[in-house]
Design a protein around this ligand. Structure first.
Ligand code: X8Z
Ligand code: ZN
Length: 632
């Protein structure tokens, strides 16, 4: 099990339990059979460390864990890759087997690590011990069979999500295509149909005869039992503990950051609702109610860029549509990835290895089932980096390509770190790298690469900012509530009977949205979002949407940019690339404030760069909303 990527902030072991899900963002594990001997040796070193309490014993223990993790991580990653790119009975079997083994070892290591709690260790060793304790994304208790049951459940949930079949007009439609349709269809009845059918998958009986909610509830029980055995209150506490802060402080920190961007979200919500009301009328969009979730251009109402044509200021049209430009210029999926690579090259990063192009899954294979949710992988802790996408030629996927490549460049940058530190400074960093680069996809940049002929003048700025806000500001409450829901689930505040009700309470409270049709306690709407059956923690994306603006502002300041932030592109700025790389190379070897300081000069996460970036839009929205009744 090697888990490296964004999924697991600290730790190699983490991945394990989500091998099946590893596919998530960019993380994997490993080990291989030629290393069986090495594994035995590692296990022996670990055993020896058992009753020991000296610095030397800790060093031997850590080395054993590193050796095992490096080996098993590669094995697990390759198993997980094959499963994610070819889901069938056998690959599910394999991934369950590898996941079980990884969890069993991860639990063993985490328990053994506790022996060094009171030993005075050099800072780096202490950090490794903590990484080992927090390594598992989902721990299992040590009793026989628990890890296997957990792995089986997780494989089943992941594959149910990825392969669930949905029919429209009597024909099966691909999940990827349905996601895209939510962005283009404008008929409320049709949108409601797609939205509802998507959410029938998690409540349909699965191959086991149960439904996803039953599996999910059992997963919660087992993983919580594992967390308690390791000395944590519950799994949610473990997830929050990965940010170099006491878990309660981290939760307060996310609320503080939300407080910085919420005024902007509130204005955006008010304006979007008013515009949707103009389009759909009072019955469908009443002006004093939360917005119907299926009208926002996205399956989960998490980003709203697809409805920019409905809400953008008519007189501030940016004058171009990136999807149309890509199509008109003959871009295919590969060209989109090459364009992303070229951006990183312009910052001084070495080209992607040949194997990236040979081994990545860039488009959806025609003849087999795969996990289409985009992810970035590092299979050998070194150069075998790849993306797995079902790329479509559109602006959304152009953004996602940069997002995924950001994971890959990060992974390659920290390849010389201990495997225990081969992950993001925190989860938010991993998710922010590619997005930060994508903030430099400005009109100037598009012109430089020949996609755009004329640069729109300053009168288009509100339109440009609106497009970005519909993606990134609209996202923030969703980015926050996904884990708020899970924190409540893991703490027992929500039970299977109240899962769905609790979900919609948060969706309404934070996002100001409502379901298009009444939902029942038997529904399991959280299960319609990849990261829930996938057990990929989600606060990382919320954090990333703060950090990427901080990185962008720092980079533009360094470049001496004096115009508005949204017009700044760091394309070609090698000195910034070098400084960026210095942060990436650190991986998780230091507490994240040090990584942040290395690039931005500050140790605090701070939403004020977001506020500055969108200031002209904020003025516009306030003006638009001045006679409207906002809120829900
Ligand atoms: O899951 C992802 C990436 C892989 S880490 C494609 N994202 C979140 C999502 O799709 O819900 C990126 C944005 C948020
Ligand atoms: Zn990601």
């Amino acid at each position: 099990m090697r888990i490296r990527n964004s999924k697991r902030p600290l730790g190699v072991l983490a991945a394990v339990s989500s091998l099946a899900l590893v596919a998530a963002c960019s993380e994997q594990q490993t080990a291989d059979d030629t290393s069986a001997g090495a594994n035995e040796n590692a296990a022996a070193a670990v055993e020896e460390a058992q009753g020991a309490a000296s610095v030397e014993d800790a060093a031997a223990f850590i080395e054993g864990v590193e050796t095992w993790s490096r080996d098993f991580g590669e094995y697990g990653a390759r198993v997980a890759w094959v499963q994610a790119t070819y889901i069938n009975y056998d690959t599910n079997w394999l991934v369950t087997r590898a996941d079980t083994e990884a969890t069993e070892m991860g639990v063993k290591f985490a328990n053994q690590a506790k022996r060094f709690n009171d030993v005075e260790l050099p800072a780096e060793m202490r950090r490794k011990i903590e990484a080992i304790k927090l390594g598992l994304n989902l721990p299992a208790p040590e009793r026989p069979g628990a890890a296997a049951e957990l792995a089986e459940i997780n494989t089943r949930m992941g594959s149910t999500y990825a392969t669930g079949k949905i029919e429209l007009d009597g024909e099966e439609v691909g999940r990827n295509d349905l996601e895209e349709m939510m962005g283009t269809v404008r008929d409320p009845a049709r949108l409601q149909e797609i939205w509802t059918k998507w959410r029938a998958v998690p409540i349909a009986p699965n191959e086991d005869g149960g439904a996803m909610k039953t599996d999910y509830a059992r997963m919660v029980e087992i993983a919580n039992e594992g967390a308690v055995e390791l000395g944590y209150d519950d799994v949610g506490t473990m997830w929050r503990a990965r940010y170099d802060l006491p878990p309660a402080e981290f939760a307060a920190e996310t609320d503080r950051l939300w407080g910085q961007v919420k005024p902007l979200y509130d204005e955006l919500h008010c304006h979007v609702r008013a515009k949707l009301n103009e389009k759909y009328g009072d019955d469908i969009v009443p002006l004093d109610q939360p917005i119907r979730a299926d009208l926002l251009g996205n399956m989960w109402a998490q980003s709203w860029g697809n409805i920019s044509d409905l809400v953008s200021p008519g007189d501030a049209d940016p004058g171009y549509d990136l999807t149309a430009l890509l199509l008109a210029n003959g871009y295919d999926a590969k060209k989109m990835v090459e364009t992303g690579e070229a951006f990183f090259s312009s910052l001084g990063f070495a080209p992607l290895p040949e194997t990236f192009w040979e081994r990545s899954q860039i488009t959806k294979p025609a003849d087999r089932q795969v996990v289409c949710h985009a992810s970035a992988w590092d299979l050998d802790w070194k150069d075998d980096i790849r993306i797995k996408m079902c790329t479509k030629v559109n602006a959304d996927d152009f953004q996602t390509v940069h997002h995924e490549l950001g994971h890959n460049y990060y992974q390659r940058a920290y390849q010389d770190q201990s495997v225990l530190f081969q992950t993001g400074a925190n989860g938010g960093f991993h998710e922010a790298i590619g997005d930060m680069v994508a903030l430099s996809i400005t009109p100037d940049y598009l012109k430089t690469i020949g996609l755009l002929d004329d640069i729109p003048d300053a009168s288009a700025d509100v339109g440009l900012l609106m497009n970005t806000a519909l993606e990134k500001i609209a996202f923030q409450p969703f980015g926050l509530l996904m884990d708020k829901w899970r924190w409540q689930v893991f703490s027992g505040e929500l039970t299977p009977e109240t899962y769905n009700e609790g979900w919609w309470a948060l969706r309404t409270q934070y996002q100001g949205i409502r379901p298009p049709v009444e939902r029942a306690a038997e529904d399991f709407d959280p299960g319609g979002k990849y990261h829930i059956p996938g057990n990929v923690s989600y606060t990382r994306y919320f954090i990333a949407n703060i950090l990427q603006f901080q990185f962008h502002k720092a980079a533009c300041d360094m470049a001496g940019w004096e115009g508005p932030l949204h017009r700044c592109s760091v394309y070609g700025a090698k000195e910034i690339g070098e400084k960026f790389n210095a942060m990436l190379e650190m991986g998780a070897s230091k507490p994240w404030p040090e990584a942040l300081e290395a690039f931005t000069g500050t140790r605090e996460m701070d939403g004020s760069a977001v506020v500055e970036y969108f200031a002209p839009l904020m003025d516009y929205l306030k003006e638009q909303n001045k006679d409207r009744q906002c809120g829900w």
